[in-house]
Design a protein around this ligand. Structure first.
Ligand code: GDD
Ligand code: MG
Length: 334
C-alpha cells in the first residue's frame, strides 16, 4: 500500500525556524520529523511514500538524494501552487498514479499509532474514508468529530469556536482513503479536506473514525515542537529514545546539557548551560551562555542569557544580551 504525506505547508506557526527549514525537515529526537513518520509507515508495510510538496521542496530532495527515507521509496510531487490539504492530496495521488486504497498523513504529526490497525478497521467497516482520532483537553484548535456507536462520523467540524466543540475527539491527521475520495475533490483549486471533503463524506454516511490512546502530538507550534523532542529524549515513545547530544555536535567538556537536545553540526562553548532547550543544526553557542526553555538555530554569543525564545537561522543574540520571551516573566525580577 502507498501513502501520501502532506509536507507542503508554510509552517507559519514555527517561524522563524521555517523561514529556512520546512517543518517536516526539523529534527525531533535528532532525525527529521518526516523520517520519524516514514519509519512509522514502514512498520505498517507501506511500500512507497508520496511527498505532497509545495513550500520549499528542495531540502527534502537534498536530504534523501537516493529517493529513499527510512528504507521506503519516495515519490516527489511538487504542486505548482498551494492547493490546501485536499487539493494537495488529489494532486500528489494523481501524480503518483494511485488507484487503490491508500494512507494519508499530515507531515507534522508524530504518533505511536499502529497504522495497520487503522487499515483493518477501514476494511471491516467498508468505509470510503477512515480517520484516526485522539482525545484532547482543548479541541478548538483541531478538527473535531462526533461519532455513533459503530464508528461512523456524524459530524466533522474544523476548528470550532472555543466551547462549541461537539466532543473532545479530534482528527489526529492519519487517514485511510479509497481512491473514490479523489473524485470528490475538485481539481485545479484550493480544497480543504477538513472543511469540504470530510463534511461531504459525512453527508453520504461513508466517513468512519477510530479513536486510540496512542502517543500523539502535532509538532506545529514552538511549545509542541519542543515537547515532541523531550518526549523522545525522556523515553515517552513506544520506539526507543535518543541521545541528548548527537554524534557530530561539538560541545565543550565544561558545558552543562540539562534536559536538552543538541544536534549534529552545532557548537556549544565553555561553561555554557543549556536547560530544557533544543539546539538545531547550524546553531553556534558561545562561552558562558545560559539558555533556558528555548529553540536555537542561529548564533548566541558569549555571556548571553536567553529564556523561552525561538532563534531562527539568521538570528544573532549579541554578547552579554539578556533576552526573554514576554510570555513568561523574568524569574530574576520580582
Ligand atoms: N502540499 C501541501 N499543500 N501541504 C499542505 C498545504 C498545501 O497547500 N497546506 C497544508 N499542508 C500540510 C502541512 O504541511 C501539514 O503537514 C498538513 O498539511 C496539515 O496542515 P497544518 O497547517 O499543520 O494543519 P493544522 O495542524 O492546523 O490542522 C490539521 O491537523 C490537525 C491535527 O494535527 C487538520 O487536519 C486538523 O483537522 C487536525 O485536527
Ligand atoms: Mg499541524
Amino acid at each position: 500500500m502507498r501513502a501520501v504525506v502532506l509536507v507542503g505547508g508554510f509552517g507559519t506557526r514555527l517561524r522563524p525556524l521555517t523561514f529556512t527549514t520546512p517543518k517536516p525537515m526539523l529534527p525531533v529526537g535528532n532525525r527529521p520529523i518526516i523520517e520519524n513518520l516514514v519509519s512509522m509507515l514502514s512498520q505498517a508495510g507501506i511500500s512507497e511514500v508520496v511527498l505532497a510538496l509545495g513550500f520549499k521542496p528542495e531540502p527534502f530532495m537534498a536530504a534523501f538524494p537516493d529517493g529513499r527515507c527510512a528504507g521506503v521509496a519516495l515519490h516527489y510531487a511538487v504542486e505548482p501552487e498551494p492547493l490546501d490539504t485536499g487539493g494537495a492530496i488529489r494532486f500528489a495521488a494523481q501524480h503518483a498514479g494511485i488507484d487503490d486504497t491508500f494512507v494519508v498523513v499530515n507531515g507534522d504529526v508524530l504518533t505511536d499509532l499502529d497504522v495497520g490497525r487503522l487499515i483493518s478497521f477501514h476494511r471491516e467497516t467498508a468505509a470510503e474514508a477512515t480517520i484516526h482520532l485522539t482525545p484532547v483537553d482543548d479541541p478548538s484548535a483541531y478538527g473535531v468529530v462526533e461519532l455513533d456507536d459503530t464508528g461512523r462520523v456524524k459530524r466533522f467540524v474544523e476548528k470550532p469556536a472555543p466551547g462549541t466543540a461537539p466532543s473532545n475527539l479530534i482528527n489526529a491527521g492519519t487517514y485511510v482513503f479509497e481512491p473514490s475520495v479523489l473524485e470528490r475533490i475538485e481539481g485545479g483549486r484550493k480544497v480543504s479536506i477538513e472543511r469540504e471533503t470530510f463534511p461531504a463524506l459525512v453527508a453520504k454516511g461513508s466517513l468512519f473514525a477510530l479513536s486510540t490512546d496512542d502517543y500523539w502530538i502535532d509538532t506545529g507550534r514552538p511549545d509542541t515542537y519542543r515537547q515532541a523532542n523531550f518526549d523522545m529524549l525522556d523515553g515517552r515513545r513506544r520506539i526507543s529514545g535518543c541521545d541528548a547530544v548527537a554524534v557530530g555536535a561539538e560541545v565543550d567538556s565544561t558545558a552543562e546539557v540539562d534536559h536538552s537536545l543538541v544536534a549534529a553540526g552545532t557548537k556549544v562553548g565553555a561553561r555554557s548551560v543549556l536547560r530544557d532547550t533544543i539546539v538545531l543544526p547550524g546553531a553556534r553557542i558561545g562561552d558562558d551562555c545560559q539558555i533556558l526553555g528555548s529553540i536555537v538555530m542561529g548564533r548566541v554569543e558569549s555571556e548571553a542569557n536567553v529564556v523561552d525564545c525561538v532563534i531562527g537561522a539568521d538570528g544573532i543574540v549579541s554578547a552579554g544580551t539578556k533576552l526573554a520571551s514576554t510570555s513568561r516573566p523574568d524569574p530574576s525580577q520580582s
